[in-house]
Design a protein around this ligand. Structure first.
Ligand SMILES: CC(C)(COP(=O)(O)OP(=O)(O)OC[C@H]1O[C@@H](n2cnc3c(N)ncnc32)[C@H](O)[C@@H]1OP(=O)(O)O)[C@@H](O)C(=O)NCCC(=O)NCCS
Length: 187
């Protein structure tokens, strides 16, 4: 399972060195589609039944703001992001099914998000009491960027931040649009 941790947006390509079982348990992350909503609701119910944020899940999926992680073929977790945090990318929610934890699923989804918003500032947050998520942020290279009081009584929300490196393969941001080709003269 450790091998799977580093795999982002992995497909079932390049797996000739993997054993059959390892291959079957490979971490795979993709943009969530409506057909996965049922699985995501099940994950959320098992992971954090008291949360009500899922009201927005439908629209987030429609707007392509949700990654879903599979361990092999099993849906294991999901990540929801927005671009509403002072116009910056913000990871709103990370949830992993209790039976799928400590296998790098959360880290894998955050790396996928970093790939997605390469070259940008990425923010997220968690409660002071959520030690597991704080450790995930440390593991993924985020640092604390202040806190917000008065959301949950006596449990401030820590804001986390990471400046995501540009990927060499990422499309250039301010590149000029390609010039139109001159029409060839009619003969
Ligand atoms: C927090 C949560 C998303 C972590 O998911 P996960 O897939 O188990 O996390 P990972 O396996 O990627 O963990 C990476 C590292 O973070 C640390 N970590 C994660 N969970 C931990 C825990 N419960 N206790 C201590 N350290 C923990 C470990 O260092 C871990 O690496 P290791 O397993 O090699 O030691 C998951 O526990 C969860 O869904 N919790 C309920 C929902 C929630 O609180 N979400 C966050 C708020 S948005």
């Amino acid at each position: 399972m450790t091998e799977a941790k580093a795999d982002l947006f992995s497909s079932r390509r390049n797996n000739t060195n993997m054993g059959m079982i390892e291959n079957e348990l490979k971490l795979h992350i993709e943009m969530a589609r409506a057909k996965y909503l049922k699985a995501m609701i099940e994950i959320n119910k098992a992971a954090a039944p008291k949360w009500h944020k899922l009201r927005h899940l439908n629209s987030a999926v429609r707007e392509k703001r949700v990654f879903i992680a599979f361990v092999g073929r099993i849906p294991a977790g999901f990540l929801v992001w927005t671009k509403d945090f002072y116009s910056h990318y913000f990871i709103d929610l990370v949830v992993v099914h209790p039976k799928m934890r400590r296998h790098g699923v959360a880290v894998g989804m955050i790396r996928a998000m970093e790939n997605f918003c390469s070259g940008n500032k990425l923010f997220s947050s968690t409660n002071r009491s959520n030690k597991a998520m704080q450790k995930v942020f440390v593991r993924t290279g985020f640092s604390k960027s202040g806190f917000i009081s008065n959301l949950d009584k006596g449990n401030p929300e820590w804001i986390y931040y990471k400046k995501v490196a540009d990927r060499p393969t990422a499309p250039k941001k301010h590149s000029r649009p390609a010039r139109k080709r001159k029409k060839s003269k009619k003969r």
